[in-house]
Design a protein around this ligand. Sequence first.
Ligand code: AMP
Length: 124
Amino acid sequence: MSQPVYDDQNIFAKILRGEIPCNKVDECDHTLSFHDIQPQAPVHILVIPKGAYVNMTDFSENASAEEQTAYLAALGRVAKMAGVTKDGYRLIANTGQHGHQDVPHLHMHILGGHALGRMLPARS
Ligand code: AMP
């Protein structure tokens, strides 16, 4: 699959530039985490890299080792901050058309706070 070109007008790029606000949870040199605007669970936080990466494929191929390490560390740190590590949570990175990705800047959803049910609905 060829990678789409990064669109710097996407909503998360605007959040990173401070052009629109977010409800921030955590920030480090390489990542920003904020509450999803339409939460699908009691805890629904998005973790994004500050670099311009469309999705996980782009990020894993092109981000520096430092950025990748920081991203992984942020996922663990934010889940802990959100208080979901004891009862459990789910990480989702919707990717591309089949993955139903709406915002073309890499983001991981951290979902938790109650039992989430099965990973995918049964195929009819
Ligand atoms: P995805 O379908 O994986 O691309 O998810 C995009 C997510 O971004 C959705 O869960 C939206 O509710 C969320 N979202 C869109 N705009 C904002 C915003 N301005 N602040 C926080 N979350 C947002």
